[in-house]
Design a protein around this ligand. Structure first.
Ligand code: GUN
Length: 273
């Protein structure tokens, strides 16, 4: 069965739109884009379009790649203090001369719609309620829940240990009582680990999940998105053959991508005054 991220994302966006209408204040998401990264430009444009669609005010602040770390931190302080701004997102990656951890840490946890600040990450790990869960992991969990895929007690393998996807999705699965294995570039015998897994979440950014690795009862979530040598959008999973083996699979495009945006809009509709 194909997990239709596009359909669920539309449902989530509709409910976010309803929720925004009920709010006493209009949420206002500010997205900071530093430099000229073409992929980042597309992501930021998509976030702005989605916000407009659901009635969330959005502002994109474009800054030159030559901006100093201090100037960027000052901008964030200003936005933290601005009562009209309810959400702040700094699009990653940042230029090399800027310490991204310093920048993320500067964001007020109550406006940190990415859920990347140490306070929100700490809340996630300790079992406290974060103000926001990271968008991609939250979108993945929504997708699993929509199709009633059991997380409790499941053996889950997460491939990739980024702060944006791998680490937080592993924590979210753990909170839901899955048994989580984190795999990465130094992992031995990845195939053996995937073979017995109930849930495989691949966020490696390269073609890594092959047909012979998976079992017929598993659910495979593909977080990867890149272009193959023919210029076609593809993910980490060898879709054509894995999809004929497993029970559930998320496609690329149309799986995790739209869910990430919808999940971010859900976050941006949360207002902590
Ligand atoms: N770059 C790639 N993914 C993300 C994300 O989820 N949030 C931010 N801020 N930057 C990203």
């Amino acid at each position: 069965m194909i997990l239709d991220g596009k359909a669920l994302a539309n449902k989530v966006l509709e409910s976010v739109e309803e929720r925004v209408k009920q709010l006493a204040v209009q949420p206002h998401l500010v997205v900071i884009l530093v430099g000229e990264n073409p992929a980042s430009r597309i992501y930021v444009r998509n976030k702005k379009l989605a916000a407009e669609k659901v009635g969330i005010k959005s502002t994109v602040i474009e800054l030159l790649s030559t901006i100093s770390e201090e100037e960027l931190l000052d901008k964030i302080t200003e936005l933290n203090e601005d009562k009209d701004v309810t959400g702040i997102l700094v699009q990653l990656p940042l230029p090399e001369h800027i310490d991204k951890n310093k920048v993320i840490t500067a964001i007020s946890p109550k406006k940190d719609v990415d859920g990347f600040t140490p306070e929100n990450v700490g809340r996630l790990v300790t079992g406290l309620e974060p103000y926001y869960y990271p968008a991609t992991p939250q979108g993945i969990i929504m997708l699993l829940d929509e199709y009633n895929i059991q997380i409790e007690g499941a053996d889950a393998v997460v491939i990739g240990r980024s702060n944006i996807v791998g680490k937080p999705v592993a924590q979210m699965l753990l909170r839901r009582n899955a048994t989580v294995t984190m795999a990465h570039s130094h992992t031995k015998n990845l195939e053996d680990k995937i073979k017995t897994a109930d849930i495989v979440i691949s966020a490696a950014g390269k073609k890594i999940v092959r047909c012979k690795m998976v079992n017929k009862n598993s659910c495979v979530i593909d977080v990867g998105i890149f272009r193959d040598t023919n210029g076609k959008l593809t993910g980490d999973v060898d879709f054509d053959c894995v999809s004929s083996t497993v029970k559930y699979i998320s496609p690329v495009p149309g799986g995790v991508g739209p869910m990430t945006i919808a999940s971010l809009m859900y976050n941006a509709s949360k207002v902590y005054l």
